[in-house]
Design a protein around this ligand. Structure first.
Ligand SMILES: Cc1ncc(COP(=O)(O)OP(=O)(O)O)c(N)n1
Ligand SMILES: Cc1ncsc1CCOP(=O)(O)O
Ligand SMILES: [Mg+2]
Length: 207
């Protein structure tokens, strides 16, 4: 099944926890709590709220970056980038029962994550986005096709989700590249009816 992961963000009217509720009500069953400029205490407060919501909806709950909090809350997992705790170190700390995702922009990144024992890869950015600062080089559809071909050639079968500026209009093309899923945020929160937009995107991914 083509996976859809929602990454929490905020707008003038929507806070982090509300953004997660919107995604859950719209049918998303994989929430990543990402609060880049918050203290551990602030994140823990929101994480407990979002974790309870995910439990009620039967959704996976993962945290961006904060490995110690994942263990303390017994979240389902963590997502780690190049500036975060290395995946193999996080695996040694968390153990086998946690989901550990890693960020890739190049095939070298993918090979490194595969060797380190990541459970899935978040690969991007697909295109320009304001949700994340300091973007890696934009990949586009051709970038995904090239990376997926290299993965097949090297028999790397890790689940890989696209991320970065993804909206409803991109779903069919992204699915056609062979990606296993997508992760997104802004296109949902900027919609006039964010819950309906989440429902629309979920429906498009199941076609
Ligand atoms: C699913 C997914 N893919 C990539 C990222 C980016 O993580 P990272 O490179 O650590 O950057 P920050 O999100 O920490 O700014 C992600 N969070 N989720
Ligand atoms: C590329 C990237 N990496 C971490 S969050 C993010 C952006 C995802 O958000 P959006 O779907 O709003 O671009
Ligand atoms: Mg990170």
């Amino acid at each position: 099944m083509f996976q859809v992961q929602f990454i929490t963000h905020f707008t003038d009217t929507i806070g982090y926890a509300e953004s997660a509720r919107i995604a859950l009500e719209g049918g998303c069953r994989w929430i990543q709590l990402r609060m880049k400029d918050a203290s551990d205490e602030e994140v823990e407060t929101v994480a407990r709220q979002v974790q309870a919501m995910c439990h009620d909806f039967g959704a996976y709950f993962v945290l961006d970056d904060r490995v110690e909090l994942v263990k303390r809350l017994h979240a389902d997992g963590v997502h780690l980038g190049k500036l975060d705790m290395p995946v193999d170190e996080a695996r040694a700390y968390l153990g086998p029962e946690f989901i550990i995702g890693g960020t890739a922009n190049t095939f070298d990144d993918i090979q490194r994550l595969h060797r380190a024992g990541a459970d899935y890869i978040g690969c991007g950015p697909f295109r320009y986005t304001t949700t994340k600062k300091n973007l890696a080089p934009i990949l586009g559809l051709e970038g995904y096709r090239r990376l997926l071909s290299q993965m097949e050639e090297h028999e790397i079968n890790l689940p890989i989700v696209g991320i970065g500026g993804i909206g409803a209009d991109n779903i069919a093309d992204l699915k056609a590249t062979g990606l296993n899923g997508i992760a997104l945020s802004g296109s949902i929160l900027r919609a006039s009816d964010p819950v309906e937009e989440m429902k629309r995107i979920i429906e498009l991914t199941q076609k």
